[in-house]
Design a protein around this ligand. Structure first.
Ligand SMILES: Nc1ncnc2c1ncn2[C@@H]1O[C@H](COP(=O)(O)OP(=O)(O)OP(=O)(O)O)[C@@H](O)[C@H]1O
Length: 814
C-alpha cells in the first residue's frame, strides 16, 4: 500500500517490464476471474453463519488475507465476526462493541475489500474516508491500515493537521484512502482545489457518537453535504446509540445494527477490574500521590478534566520525584510533542501518563495496568471509554475512579444504568500522606507553578460549575477554599461564571481553536511565523514564542498585548470573566509574569484594605512599578508591643470597665495633669543644667582658640598652599584649610537654643540656592558681570566630603 503517497504499489507497478506484457495480460485475466469468484462468494455469504470463526473463513482477496496473516490476526473477535460479513456485502452498519474488542479491523477489512472489488486505481481518486475524533486515534488507525493493507496497491494518507496545508493538499489528489480528523478534512474540502470526493465509495466514522455529538455537528453536516449520496457508511463506537436523527443526518440506508455485546452483563470488558474510592476534593492530590507511590512498577494513565489540571499535576509531581517516570498529554501540545509522548508511553514498561480525554477514546496503548480517573468523567460513556484504555483484547487491567462525597451517589447511579460493575475501596490509613505543604513551598519558589495552580483551580471549578448533570456535580457542596489550599495556593482565586454555557461546548470550542491554530502554524502562515526573520525581537517576544515549552508563554504574549489564541483560557475569556484577587506578593508576581494579567478581563488587585481595578493597559503597567504602587498601598499604622509581645495601636482605648473602676473622670484628669507637671519640672531642672554646662564648655573652647591665633600670628604661620596637606591624618584637612570668603565663622553649636545663641556676625547664607531665591541670584549675576570674583557662599563650615569637594571645585575654577 502506498502510505501517505510516498511508497507502495504504484511504483511497483511501473517497474513491470514490457517484455512481460503477455504474461501480464494473462495475469489480469486470471485476476478478473478471481474477482468474479470472490464477488460470487460474497454474494453467497451468510453474514450470520456460525461457521465464520477465522479470517480464513471470510471471502477476502489475497492481498487482504496475506496482510492479516502477516500481522498475526487469525481468529475473529465478536464484533469482527458480526460486522465484517455485513460490511463485505455492502451494508451500512451501526456497530457497537466493548472497548478493546477489535472494532478497527471490523471496518478496515470492508474498506480494503470494497476498493478491491471496485478495481480502484490511483486515477479513481478518493475511494474511502475514515474519520476519527482525535489525531492520536487517526494515527493509530492509519498504522493498522498500513499493516494489513501492505499488499494492496492503494495509496493512503493521514490528514490530521499539524502539517502544512499546502503540502497535504498536493498529496490529497493522489489518495485512495484517507484517515482524517473532521476539522482538517473540512478545511481541505473548502480550500483545496482539485480535492474531489464525488467518487467516494465508503465512509467510516470511528467513535461515531463522539463525532456526531454537538462538538463536531456542524463539521459533519458540512462534510456530508460534500459527499455523494450513493456510498456505504459504517459507524462504530463502544458507546453507540441508535439515534434516528444521527442516521438521518448521515443518510444511512437500512443500517444493520451490530451490537456484539448487547446481551452481555456488563458494558465493559470482563477482564477489567473496576473500583472507586471516595476522597474529598481537597484530599484528591494526596490520594493520587499515595496511589503513585504504591504502584511504581506499573503503567498508569491518570485522567484529569482539563489541560490545566494535567499541566499543574505533572509539573508539581515531577518536582516531587515520585520514583516513576511521568508524562503528560493534552490537546494544546504541538503535534510532534503529542506523537512523541504517545509513542514513549506506548513503549514504556513502567510510566504514568497524566492526560485529558484526548486519549480517552480508541487509543490502544499496550499493557496498561491501571486507569485512574482522578477527576470524575462528565458522563458514564466517557467513563467506559477511559477505562477501556486498559484490559484490551484479551489482557487484564484495573481501573479506579476518585469521587468527591458529593459525586458518589449520582455517578454510581449513572454507572449502574450503563451496566458498569464497580466496587468501593478505601485508601489504607498508613498510605495517606498530605502533600499540601510541599506544593505550597514549590508554588512559593516558582511563579510558573503557582500560575499553573491558579489556572488548574479555575478550570476545575469552572468545569464542575458548567457540568450539565447537576445530580452528579454539585458545585455548592465543594469546599473550594480547602481545594485551593490543597493545590498549594495561599488564597482562593475568585472565579466568575456566566450562565448558559455547557462544558461540552467549551471543550469543543477549545478543540476547534487548537486545530485551526496548529494548522496555521504549520502552514507557515501563522501570525508569528509571518514575522520577518531579520526583524529584531524583544526578550518578551521570544519568550512568548516558546509556546508549550514555557508554561508562561501565553501569559507573556498577553502582556505584549497580542491576541492570544489560548483556547483553554480563552474559554474563560469567551464565556467567563475571571476575577482574581491578588494579595501582597501576588501583585509583584503578576508584574513578573506570575499572575494572570490579561488586559482583556478587568480584575481586582487587593492592596491591603483597598482594591485597585485593573481594566486597562495603563493600569496593567502600573502593577510593574513598585514605586507607583506605593501611592495605592495602605500607609501602615504604628504599633507598640507590650511585654508579652502583643501588638497594640499607639492610641488604644482602655477597657471601659477598668476605666470606670479607677474613679471619676474629673479626678483622674487632675491626677494625670499633676503627674505630668511633676515630670515637666524634673525635666526642666535637668535641661537647665545641661544648657549651663554647654555654655561653659563653649566659652572655654573660644578662649582656647583665641590663644592659638595669637601664637600663630607671632610665629608668622601661613595657611597651607594648594597641594600641601595641612594634616596628614585628616583627608579633609586640605579642604578645611581653604580660605572661605564670606565664611560664617564658628557657629557649629547646633544644640544651642535660639535664645541663648550668640548673634551671628554675618547673616547665614545658603550653601545651595533655592530657585525661588531670585534676588540673591540677580545680585551675584551683577557682581559677575562687573568682573568680580566668583563667590562661594556657605551657611556654615562644610562638614562632609561632598560639601568640601564642591567647595574645592568652585575655588579651582577660578
Ligand atoms: N482478531 C484479532 N486478533 C488478535 N488481536 C486483535 C484482533 N482484533 C483486534 N486485536 C487487537 O485488539 C486490540 C484492540 O483493538 P481495537 O483498537 O481495534 O479495539 P477497539 O474495539 O477499537 O477499542 P476502542 O473501543 O477502545 O476503540 C488491538 O491491540 C488489536 O491489535
Amino acid at each position: 500500500m502506498a502510505a501517505d503517497g510516498t511508497k507502495g504499489g504504484l511504483a511497483h507497478r511501473k517497474k513491470t517490464a514490457p517484455k512481460k506484457a503477455e504474461s501480464k495480460t494473462l495475469k489480469r485475466k486470471r485476476g478478473q476471474e478471481d474477482l468474479s469468484k470472490l464477488r460470487e462468494a460474497v454474494d453467497q455469504l451468510d453474514p450470520k453463519s456460525p461457521d465464520i470463526k477465522n479470517f480464513t473463513d471470510l471471502p477476502l482477496c489475497e492481498a487482504t488475507a496475506s496482510g492479516l496473516r502477516a500481522s498475526h490476526f487469525e481468529v475473529l473477535t465478536d464484533v469482527q465476526r458480526a460486522a465484517i460479513p455485513l460490511g463485505l456485502k455492502g451494508n451500512d452498519i451501526l456497530g457497537a462493541a466493548k472497548t478493546g474488542s477489535g472494532k478497527t479491523l471490523a471496518f478496515l477489512v470492508p474498506v480494503l475489500e470494497k476498493l478491491y472489488h471496485a478495481r480502484w486505481t490511483e486515477y479513481d481518486g478518493l475511494g474511502a474516508l475514515i474519520i476519527s475524533p482525535t489525531r492520536e486515534l487517526a494515527v493509530q488507525i492509519f498504522e493498522v491500515l498500513r499493516k494489513i493493507g501492505r499488499n494492496h496497491y492503494f495509496s493512503a494518507g493521514l490528514v490530521i493537521g499539524g502539517r502544512s496545508l499546502k503540502e497535504e493538499a498536493e498529496r490529497l489528489g493522489r489518495m485512495n484512502i484517507l484517515v482524517c480528523t473532521p476539522g482538517r478534512l473540512l478545511q481541505h474540502l473548502d480550500q483545496t482545489a482539485g480535492f474531489d470526493v464525488n467518487n467516494l465509495q465508503i465512509l467510516v466514522l470511528d467513535e461515531a457518537d463522539r463525532i456526531m455529538d454537538m462538538g463536531f455537528q456542524s463539521a459533519v453536516d458540512a462534510l456530508v453535504d460534500h459527499l455523494p449520496k450513493t456510498r456505504q457508511t459504517l459507524l462504530f463506537s463502544a458507546t453507540q446509540s441508535k439515534r434516528v436523527s444521527d442516521l438521518a443526518r448521515l443518510s444511512l440506508k437500512d443500517p444493520e445494527y451490530v451490537s456484539a455485546h448487547e446481551a452481555a452483563a456488563s458494558a465493559t470488558p470482563t477482564n477489567l477490574q473496576q473500583s472507586y474510592l471516595v476522597t474529598p476534593l481537597a484530599e484528591k492530590l494526596d490520594t493520587l500521590w499515595g496511589f503513585l507511590r504504591t504502584n511504581l512498577k506499573s503503567k498508569i494513565i491518570v485522567f484529569l478534566s482539563s489541560g490545566k489540571q494535567v499541566r499543574f499535576i505533572f509539573e508539581s509531581f515531577k518536582r516531587m520525584q515520585p520514583g516513576i517516570s511521568l508524562l503528560h498529554l493534552h490537546g494544546r501540545q504541538k503535534q510532534v510533542a503529542r506523537m512523541e509522548i504517545t509513542s514513549r508511553f506506548a513503549s514504556a514498561k513502567f510510566a504514568c501518563l497524566f492526560a485529558t480525554d484526548v486519549v480517552a477514546r480508541g487509543v490502544d496503548f499496550p499493557a496498561v495496568d491501571w486507569v485512574v480517573q482522578a477527576d470524575c468523567p462528565e458522563d458514564a460513556d466517557t467513563y467506559i471509554h477511559r477505562v477501556g484504555r486498559t484490559a484490551r483484547y484479551e489482557s487484564k487491567g484495573r481501573a479506579v475512579l476518585f469521587l468527591d462525597p458529593s459525586e458518589e451517589e449520582g455517578f454510581l447511579k449513572r454507572l449502574e444504568h450503563k451496566k458498569v460493575p464497580i466496587q468501593k475501596v478505601n485508601v489504607r490509613e498508613n498510605k495517606k500522606k498530605s502533600i499540601k505543604n510541599e506544593l505550597q513551598s514549590y508554588n512559593f519558589q516558582s511563579p510558573d507553578l503557582k500560575y499553573l495552580a491558579q489556572k488548574a483551580f479555575i478550570s476545575y471549578t469552572r468545569s464542575i460549575h458548567l457540568q450539565k448533570d447537576k445530580e452528579v456535580f454539585k458545585f455548592a457542596d465543594l469546599d473550594l477554599d480547602a481545594f485551593a489550599e490543597s493545590l498549594g495556593l495561599a488564597g482562593t482565586p475568585l472565579v466568575k461564571f456566566r450562565k448558559g454555557e455547557d462544558i461540552k461546548r467549551l471543550k469543543n470550542a477549545s478543540r476547534a481553536a487548537v486545530s485551526s491554530g496548529s494548522d496555521s502554524d504549520s502552514d507557515g502562515e501563522g501570525g508569528r511565523r509571518k514575522k520577518d526573520k531579520d526583524q529584531v525581537r524583544t526578550k518578551y517576544e521570544k519568550m512568548a514564542e516558546r509556546q508549550n515549552q514555557d508554561v508562561l508563554s501565553t501569559h507573556y504574549r498577553k502582556l505584549l498585548g497580542e491576541d492570544v489564541a489560548d483556547p483553554a483560557s480563552d474559554d474563560e475569556a469567551d464565556f467567563l470573566s475571571v476575577k482574581r484577587v491578588l494579595d501582597g506578593d501576588d501583585q509583584l508576581d503578576a508584574a513578573a509574569g506570575g499572575g494572570d494579567s490579561s488586559t482583556t478581563e478587568p480584575r481586582v488587585v487587593k492592596l491591603g484594605k483597598s482594591e485597585l481595578v485593573i481594566d486597562s493597559n495603563r493600569r496593567e503597567k502600573l502593577l510593574k512599578s513598585k514605586k507607583k504602587m506605593l501611592k495605592y498601598m495602605d500607609k501602615g499604622s504604628k504599633l507598640v508591643f507590650d511585654d508579652d509581645g502583643n501588638a497594640h495601636p499607639v492610641y488604644q482605648l482602655q477597657d471601659e470597665d477598668d476605666f470606670a473602676q479607677e474613679g471619676p473622670a474629673d479626678k483622674l484628669r487632675t491626677r494625670f495633669v499633676d503627674a505630668e507637671t511633676e515630670k515637666v519640672k524634673e525635666a526642666d531642672v535637668g535641661d537647665k543644667q545641661l544648657a549651663k554646662d554647654r555654655r561653659k564648655e563653649k566659652r572655654e573652647r573660644q578662649k582656647a582658640r583665641e590663644r592659638g591665633e595669637e601664637v600663630e600670628k607671632e610665629e608668622g604661620g601661613a595657611l597651607p598652599r594648594l597641594g600641601e596637606a595641612a594634616d596628614d591624618d585628616d583627608p579633609l584637612a586640605l579642604l578645611r584649610s581653604l580660605p572661605v570668603p564670606g565664611g560664617a565663622g564658628d557657629d557649629d553649636d547646633d544644640d544651642e537654643e535660639e535664645g541663648e545663641r550668640e548673634p551671628p556676625k554675618k547673616r547665614a547664607r545658603k550653601w545651595f540656592e533655592d530657585d525661588s531665591d531670585k534676588e540673591e541670584q540677580d545680585r551675584r549675576e551683577r557682581k559677575k558681570k562687573k568682573g568680580g570674583k566668583k563667590v562661594i557662599e556657605m551657611a556654615h563650615e562644610p562638614d562632609n566630603l561632598e560639601d568640601l569637594e564642591a567647595l574645592a571645585a568652585g575655588l579651582l575654577e577660578d
